[in-house]
Design a protein around this ligand. Structure first.
Ligand SMILES: [Zn+2]
Length: 286
């Protein structure tokens, strides 16, 4: 993290000030559920540092009335749902970040259900979407595996059996019209960043410049979003220029499908993987 902070000290710019009246909330989570073979030493600590860093960035931005950061075993499905309901009730817009592991299975209604793993139980997509409030978050970044999957625009993703919307993009944005190419889209009111296949661990270096890690990528993305007020697409481009050898996000390793298998002994785990941007990438933080 010291490297991270020194890397960005030179980038600090004066905070911009908005004039409209609104009060937003940011919610940042790192449940730090560990999976042997995926998490190396330091992954949990770095994840906690990054959610703390994101909260600090939002704290320094006066437009936000409530900024929460939670990590470790206090992050439970009940906490995610309680915070979402509270934030939707009392704040105008919500920026949500979560980092950790996720997976999917078939639900009782026959849908593919996705779930975030916490140290207690799983947080299912439909369960998040059916908790109090509309849950229509404006900016959602789910740095977990497979979080951009199972979303089918303009279709009904409501499972009668589970009584909620399946797929994380639908469960967190409540919008079945968001673009699947948010990096190039300029329409819509929301933006969702997730992953197809495997999401890189924060201590992974794949596709990055020497001495750069994905926790740099993530922290830089938020720094560009909050301190420089860039759109998601522009912030991704700037982040790419900072931590990779490429000049635009579209050219980067993480944006393009690549096969990956952290458990080579099991071919079923070989999955096409990439970061996906859904919705309107021309939007920045709400
Ligand atoms: Zn279901």
């Amino acid at each position: 993290m010291i490297l991270l902070l020194s890397l960005f000290t030179t980038l600090l710019l004066p905070l911009s000030v908005r004039t409209t009246e609104a009060s937003n909330a940011s919610l940042s989570y790192a449940p730090n559920y560990a999976i042997i073979g995926l998490d190396v030493e330091g992954e949990a600590e770095n994840s906690t540092l990054v959610v703390n860093y994101i909260k600090e960035l939002f704290d320094n931005y006066t437009y936000y009335g409530w900024n929460g950061n939670w990590s470790g075993n206090i992050v439970t499905p009940a906490l995610y749902k309680y915070n979402a309901g509270f934030a939707e009730l009392y704040f105008d817009n919500i920026a949500l970040f979560s980092k950790g592991h996720a997976s999917m299975s078939e639900c009782a209604g026959g849908f593919n259900q996705s779930y975030i793993m916490t140290q207690t139980t799983h947080l299912y997509d439909w369960n998040y979407g059916s908790s109090a409030g509309s849950q229509a978050h404006e900016l959602v970044v789910l740095w977990h595996c497979g979080t951009a999957m199972n979303y089918a625009p303009y279709t009904n993703m409501y499972c009668q059996s589970c009584q909620g919307d399946v797929s994380f993009p639908m469960a967190f944005t409540k919008d079945n019209t968001i673009s699947l190419d948010g990096y190039n889209s300029t329409t819509g009111n929301r933006v969702f960043i997730g992953f197809e296949g495997w999401s890189p661990q924060f201590l992974s270096t794949e596709g990055l410049s020497n001495n750069c890690y994905y926790y740099h990528f993530c922290a830089a993305l938020y720094q560009f979003l909050i301190e420089e007020q860039l759109s998601v697409s522009d912030a991704l481009d700037e982040t790419t220029r900072l931590v990779t050898e490429q000049t635009s996000f579209g050219e980067s390793y993480i944006a393009n499908p690549h096969y990956k298998n952290p458990f080579p002994e099991n071919p079923d785990f070989n999955m096409s993987s990439r970061m996906r941007i859904y919705g309107n990438g021309n939007l920045g933080i709400p």
